[in-house]
Design a protein around this ligand. Structure first.
Ligand SMILES: NC(=O)c1ccc[n+]([C@@H]2O[C@H](COP(=O)([O-])OP(=O)(O)OC[C@H]3O[C@@H](n4cnc5c(N)ncnc54)[C@H](OP(=O)(O)O)[C@@H]3O)[C@@H](O)[C@H]2O)c1
Length: 174
């Protein structure tokens, strides 16, 4: 399984903590070459969270009949507007399946998720990391960090003083 993240620290985290075989630093340049190195036989399944240059590289290396789950397009959230669309002809030629994914469609399984994920977390099978911004007055910093990549793991904004960032699952930095 190949991950893609921005910067050497995040890549180390993805590899060593989250258990990916390889992690590509998309900010290091030569993304397409790095992807081809990591996936010499092409990409069968691509989970899309970011769009932009990462999407362009991944779409270029999809295999025939590849499957793409479209979850988000964070590269478009910086206020610079929508990037020009990708050339979709490649998807035609590769007979790829692209399907949007919305977490809300699965809310009826929320209780099941909390039960299973809590157990997996307690057993160390599921890793969680969060960067916590303190106070509602700093929420803009929390939101900006999503597009600048300052956060590591889930970006949270703590508004309840009684909930300490030292509590289980609430940590900052690596
Ligand atoms: N479909 C759904 O139901 C659903 C639900 C929730 C969230 N989402 C989507 O999931 C994605 C992640 O959201 P999240 O709230 O969980 O935030 P998140 O995982 O913290 O993701 C934000 C990260 O995106 C990376 N990023 C920012 N700009 C980028 C760019 N131009 N190219 C590549 N990577 C970039 C940054 O990491 P690096 O430092 O590594 O670049 C940043 O830390 C978003 O696209 C969001 O819309 C979808």
């Amino acid at each position: 399984m190949v991950g893609i993240a921005g910067g050497p620290d995040k890549c180390r985290f993805v590899r060593d903590e989250l258990g990916f075989d390889v992690c590509i630093d998309y900010k290091a340049g030569n993304l397409q070459a790095a992807l081809r190195d990591a996936c010499p036989q092409g990409v069968d399944v691509y989970y899309e969270n970011v769009g932009g240059e990462v999407q362009k590289a991944a779409f270029a290396d999809l295999n025939d009949f590849a499957r793409v789950a479209l979850c988000g397009q964070v590269a478009q959230y910086s206020g610079e507007g929508e990037a020009p669309g990708p050339n979709l002809m490649g998807l035609v030629l590769k007979r790829a399946t692209v399907r949007g994914f919305l977490a809300m469609d699965h809310m009826q399984r929320h209780a099941e998720f909390i039960r299973d994920a809590s157990r997996w977390y307690a057993e160390g099978r599921l890793r969680h990391h969060a960067t916590v911004t303190q106070g509602l007055s700093h929420i803009h910093e929390a939101i900006n960090s999503l597009v600048t990549g300052r956060n590591i793991g889930k970006q949270l904004c703590q508004v309840d003083d009684e909930r300490s960032p030292g509590a289980p699952g609430y940590t900052t930095g690596l």
